[in-house]
Design a protein around this ligand. Structure first.
Ligand SMILES: [Zn+2]
Length: 173
């Protein structure tokens, strides 16, 4: 059974969802290229394009402009994974260079890689072997701040309380 992640971020963001266009599933290499072109046109053809992504409950990849929240990309629904993808743009083509699970809205665990792997495999494109970097997220049991763990430092960035060993981001205090 795959773990589903519910949105765990601030509720005021979720309230804005109705103004966001719903992303279409990326189910072929062609649809990926089309959506990347669309996003890159808005960004004036820079050499690198970073996008927000989610893997929806059906296992489909969805991508959005990186300035959109993951919860907007998923239209408020639970996801199987989320993060950011960076593409290099060269010779009118895109190469997927880097994938992270950085999403403080959903806090997906590193082992959600398996659903990212499955979604990308069906596109028939080349992609990295794992999240880089792979993040762990913990919610502070004292002040409820979501912390992004770096260098095995398990202390809250706000109040320095010890953070638990296991994922707890869905516990809102
Ligand atoms: Zn704290």
């Amino acid at each position: 059974m795959l773990k589903q992640y519910n949105y765990v971020g601030p509720s005021e963001i979720q309230a804005q969802l109705n103004s966001v266009p719903f992303s279409q599933p990326v189910d072929t290499a062609q649809s990926l290229l089309q959506q990347l072109h669309q996003l890159n046109n808005d960004l004036h053809e820079s050499p690198f394009l970073t996008v927000t992504f989610v893997i929806d409950k059906e296992g489909n990849l969805r991508i959005c402009d990186r300035h959109q929240e993951h919860v907007a990309c998923a239209r408020g629904r639970p996801v199987l994974s989320a993060g950011e993808m960076t593409f290099a743009y060269q010779n009118a083509d895109y190469h997927l260079e880097r994938i992270t699970n950085q999403s403080t809205g959903y806090c997906p665990e590193p082992d959600s890689w398996q659903v990212v792997d499955s979604a990308l495999k069906q596109l028939g494109i080349q992609y990295p072997d794992f999240f880089e970097p792979a993040y762990d997220f913990r919610r502070c049991p004292r002040c409820t701040q979501i912390n992004l763990i770096k260098d095995n430092y398990y202390y809250c960035a706000v109040c320095e309380t010890d953070l638990p060993a296991f994922w707890n981001c869905d516990q809102k205090g």
